[in-house]
Design a protein around this ligand. Structure first.
Ligand code: ADP
Length: 548
């Protein structure tokens, strides 16, 4: 419907398209469903990949919900909310992006059905909120298992579950322990005494050629560069590192600057001064105590002599992102100009970062600079090998998700069984919980419970197994577990989830299909919030320009 009317108070022209009530709710459901349908077939260890081609013909092959959705062009504003949801989940948790979109779309669809049967959206929202809160509580109290009781294997298993559906899943025996070692190596205690595992402290380098199984883990931050001159030292102990975003080449006057001289000697003078300026800078940096100089830009051969004579190491053309991370890890300041507020050029010792050792090493045919024993945050690196860019990019994305999952597991210290176990347990619990309420919210809670079953359903469908039978079996086990009194051996059935390869149901804690509790809670909450934010909308007004 188009509306054009004059606002009688302001005299302004209100023009636009307006959609309200059930019509907009239906539109939102369609938009959400279409987004969920895009990623649906990639859920789970047997999910399939998507190939995305952008405007320039650049190809991306991915299984990660956030990556897929970030690459498709979405026009509907409601669908955008779902795309943002996946992105938010990726940023905050690092994994579970596909599940969150699927659950949110299902919650919304069911909520809309309730509204159609004359239940007010506010009642549905209250019911959903209650269900979400109860579900999180139940997950923490009843299903979650402490990592300490499971040991380091729990971390490796959580890593394996996260990479199960990804390109590196077939080599999980290599990559899962590697990712766990990389995260354990970056353990840091912050000022408040909290133990942190920053994902960014793990540097992922990509190298073409060889097979994925030849990827390796190295302690320390690896830089894909070499020292700037062969005459330079290749190992510095007790390194004081200067991270620069400055060109250490002969300073040249800016283009367009005109200097009028009447004596050829003056020209020579200018040339000399141009070299001197850079040399002075280098002297200042060395005088501050730097014995390792890393710069994003170039270093003149003339200047290299200074470093060699001072017994320092200099590395040119480093990536800015690498230097930023090295600066963070070593406590250095990334310096982009030596000039202070008065315009004088200085370099202070406090700009330097510390590391136990900086060394150039040959690792699997490549010369790399390793910054070991970084002072502020420990670092580690994984050098990925792969046949081509597509593979390496997807491997990097998958590894990043896995590292995030290990971080969550380490920081929260608790895991839950995967493979639909949590969703089924919560669904049974909420169904029972709903019947304890005598109000209208009961219906919304029951729908919330049913919506969660979408995950085991899709997992089985993607694995080409009998969905109806397996989900019924799961529900039967979980119902038996929840009806059993505390201490009953049947309680262990709470950990039962899908065995997708054999089309069976098994104890997924024992089988090692684990996911961090924290990430499951976050996904559930984010899915609830996204569904509710769309459900609240009962009017959409699209402004169109005022006709001339
Ligand atoms: P997301 O982007 O949501 O993490 P994935 O494609 O990684 O999606 O699939 C995650 C789902 O697959 C989770 O529900 C998880 O429990 C399940 N899953 C992962 N590995 C297994 C496995 N070995 N057996 C059964 N289910 C698994």
């Amino acid at each position: 419907m188009s509306i054009y009317q004059r606002d009688p108070r302001a005299g302004a022209f209100l023009g636009g398209e307006r959609t309200s009530g059930q019509e907009i709710r239906d539109q939102n459901v369609v938009a959400a469903q279409s987004i969920a349908n895009v990623v649906k077939s990639s859920l789970g260890p047997l999910g399939l990949d998507k190939m995305l081609v952008d405007n320039f013909g650049e190809v991306t092959i991915s299984n990660d919900g956030a990556t897929i959705l970030s690459m498709i062009e979405v026009q509907s504003p409601s669908a955008r909310i779902f795309v943002d949801l996946a992105q938010k989940q990726d940023k905050e948790v690092g994994d579970g992006t596909t599940s969150v979109v699927i659950i949110a779309a299902e919650l919304l669809r069911r909520a809309n059905d309730l509204v159609k049967s004359k239940i007010h959206p506010t009642t549905v929202i209250t019911g959903y909120r209650l269900a979400c809160r109860e579900a999180c509580k139940f997950m923490v109290d009843q299903i979650s298992v402490k990592v300490d009781t499971l040991g380091k294997d729990a971390l490796i298993n959580a890593a394996k579950t996260s990479m199960a559906s990804k390109i590196i899943g077939s080599d999980d025996d290599l990559f899962a322990p590697m990712a766990v070692d990389a995260m354990l190596a970056v353990k840091t205690i912050n000022n408040r005494g909290e133990i942190k595992y920053p994902v960014k402290a793990v540097n992922i380098l990509k190298a073409h050629g060889k097979s994925a199984r030849e990827s390796i883990f190295v302690k320390g931050y690896a830089l894909n560069c070499t020292v700037a001159s062969q005459a330079m030292k290749t190992r510095i102990v007790n390194a004081k590192i200067a991270c620069l975003d400055i060109n250490l080449q002969k300073t040249r006057m800016h283009l367009g600057v005109q200097v009028l001289i009447d004596d050829p000697d003056q020209l020579e003078e200018i040339r000399k001064r141009e070299s001197e300026i850079t040399l002075e800078r280098i002297h200042k940096i060395l005088a501050a105590g730097a014995n390792v100089v890393l710069t994003t830009k170039g270093i003149d051969d003339l200047c290299l002599k200074e470093f060699v004579e001072a017994g320092a190491m200099a590395v040119r053309r480093c990536k800015k992102e690498d230097l930023r991370r090295i600066a963070k890890a070593t406590g250095a300041t990334l310096v982009s100009s030596l000039a202070n507020l008065e315009g004088e050029e200085t370099f202070e010792a406090s700009y330097l970062g510390m590391a136990e050792e900086v060394v150039q090493e040959r690792i699997a045919d490549d010369e790399l600079i390793l910054v070991k024993g970084t002072k502020v945050v420990s670092s580690s690196s994984i050098i990925l090998r792969g046949a081509n860019d597509y593979m390496l990019d997807e491997m990097e994305r998958a590894l990043h998700d896995t590292l995030s999952i290990i971080k969550r597991t380490l920081e929260s210290g608790a895991v839950v069984p995967g493979g639909g176990a949590v969703e089924t347990a919560l669904s049974i619990y909420l169904e029972n919980f709903a019947t304890t309420l005598g109000s209208r919210e009961q219906l919304a809670i029951a729908e919330f419970a049913n919506a969660l079953l979408i995950i085991p359903k899709i997992l089985t469908v993607n694995a080409a197994k009998d969905s109806t039978e397996l989900v019924a079996k799961l529900r039967f086990y979980h119902s038996a577990a929840q009806n059993a009194p505390t201490g009953d051996p049947k309680k262990v059935l709470l950990h039962y989830g899908l065995d997708l390869l054999n089309g069976e149901v098994r104890n997924n804690v024992k089988a090692g299909v684990l996911e961090p509790t924290m990430s499951k809670i976050r996904s559930l909450k984010s899915a609830f919030e996204a569904a509710v934010s769309l459900l609240r909308i009962d009017d959409a007004i699209r402004c169109i320009p005022e006709p001339k």
